[in-house]
Design a binder for this molecule. Structure first.
Ligand SMILES: [Cu+2]
Length: 292
């Protein structure tokens, strides 16, 4: 959208200011102390979320400044001292039209990109693969139905075990409360459909850098999607109050090259007693109208 492009260009200076607060060498991944903005985006959905946020920031700032200036001007101009005899005006057709129509225009300007974004995040494009995340009190279970139905559970690495765990698993600078003992591995530049459900209470599967947050509801299958454009490790947390250990069920997603993903799948299949090679993609029968 051209309007958005102009806005985002004019905002690049502002964005640069906030980006300067992040160490650029780290690949997005998790929240950092004193973070002011979002985690850097690695999906187009999150890029659009950032853009929409920037647009709203401009709108909200202009409105706030306008109202503040109007308020101060009114207090000054119409104070009892300067304006001892108040006006008896009760209606002003032009003014009333203006303060109805202008907000409507502002709302439409907001609504168009808002609905576009909502639609983009909600409607799943043709997915290359599916993973399933199942919320439990208090960890996440994962299944890879397209790759042989192997499954695993990812629990948080406890504080007391963190140093030992990091050493055993060659993890530099382990992140407290965000490290899980198993990670969700997905290939880069691949559209992944995530089916989300729960075994007990409401949870929510969320990864900020992906712009993904979806409720895990017992007895119901929700779905969302992401397509990550950068290899890296990304962290999220359960984002629905689910009980005592709500803050201790992290989500760790490792995005790797397609070859590395195939290796990982082979390994998992082997461990699950399945054939060591990833299966061929299913050939879904295509409807061919011209053949009729
Ligand atoms: Cu939870």
């Amino acid at each position: 959208m051209r309007f958005n492009n102009i806005l985002s260009t004019s905002l690049s200076g502002l964005a640069g200011l906030s980006l300067g607060m992040f160490p650029t060498s780290i690949l997005a991944s998790s929240a950092v102390p004193w973070q002011k903005g979002f985690q850097p985006a690695v999906t187009t959905v999150m890029e659009d979320v950032n853009e929409f946020h920037d647009l709203l920031l401009i709108v909200i700032t202009l409105i706030t400044v306008f109202v503040l200036v109007l308020l101060i001007y009114t207090m000054w101009k119409f104070s009892a001292k300067r304006n001892p005899v108040p006006s008896t005006t009760t209606h002003h057709a032009t003014l009333e039209m203006a303060w109805t129509i202008v907000p409507v225009i502002i709302l439409v300007v907001i609504a168009v990109p808002s609905f576009k974004l909502l639609y983009k995040s909600d409607v799943i494009p043709k997915a290359d693969m599916t993973i399933k995340a199942i919320g439990n009190q208090w960890n996440w279970g994962y299944e890879y139905p397209d790759h042989g139905k192997f499954s695993f559970v990812a629990s948080m690495v406890q504080d007391s075990d963190l140093t030992k765990w990091a050493k055993e698993n060659n993890v530099k600078n382990p992140k407290r409360l965000l490290e899980a003992d198993a990670e969700v591995v997905v290939p880069v530049d691949t559209t992944v459909r995530v089916q989300v459900t729960s075994n007990d209470v409401l949870h929510a599967w969320a990864v900020p850098a992906f712009g993904v947050k979806i409720d895990a509801v017992p007895g119901r299958l929700n779905q969302t999607w992401f397509n990550v454009n950068k290899v890296g490790t990304y962290y999220g947390q359960c984002s629905e109050l689910c009980g005592q250990l709500h803050g201790f069920m992290p989500i760790k997603v490792k995005v790797v090259s397609k070859a590395a993903f195939a290796d990982w799948v082979s390994e998992k299949r082997k461990a699950a007693g399945l054939k060591p090679f990833p299966p061929q993609r299913r050939n879904v029968a295509k409807l061919n109208n011209s053949a009729r």
